[in-house]
Design a protein around this ligand. Structure first.
Ligand code: FES
Length: 119
């Protein structure tokens, strides 16, 4: 059941925006229907999870800091199937063996768009 739900969330909330000047832009009105999206691009080694919490946006690299394995989004947390680490939606470690927080990307909001800066 959990796997089915995760797959459903991922397919509905997967975005493949254009990368321009090392930035992604997402229309803010997207966040009226969901508070989270997964950004995927062929140039990225790992997806990015974008989370809206009140009026704050967080962009997290979905890479486990324990051993560089892709994380799964599980609704209220990110889970690593390799050795069981878990992270909250701010990127903080909830469960070891990972000890370091997830990599975050700078974001800004302007003109009804959220911008995610890769560098
Ligand atoms: S690689 Fe994620 S817990 Fe080990």
């Amino acid at each position: 059941m959990g796997l089915l739900l995760d797959a459903c969330v991922s397919s509905q909330n997967l975005l493949k925006p254009t990368l321009e000047n090392n930035r992604f832009q997402i229309a803010l009105d997207k966040f009226q229907s969901s508070a989270h999206y997964i950004v995927r691009h062929k140039s990225l080694p790992f997806d990015i999870l974008v989370v809206k919490n009140k009026e704050q946006y967080t962009a997290l690299q979905m890479r486990c800091t324990h051993n560089d394995v892709a994380l799964n989004f599980a609704g209220k947390k990110l889970v690593c199937t390799a050795h069981g680490s878990e992270f909250d939606l701010q990127g903080k470690v909830l469960k070891e063996p990972a000890s370091a927080s997830l990599t975050t990307y700078k974001t800004s909001v302007q003109d009804q768009f959220l911008t995610i800066y890769l560098s």
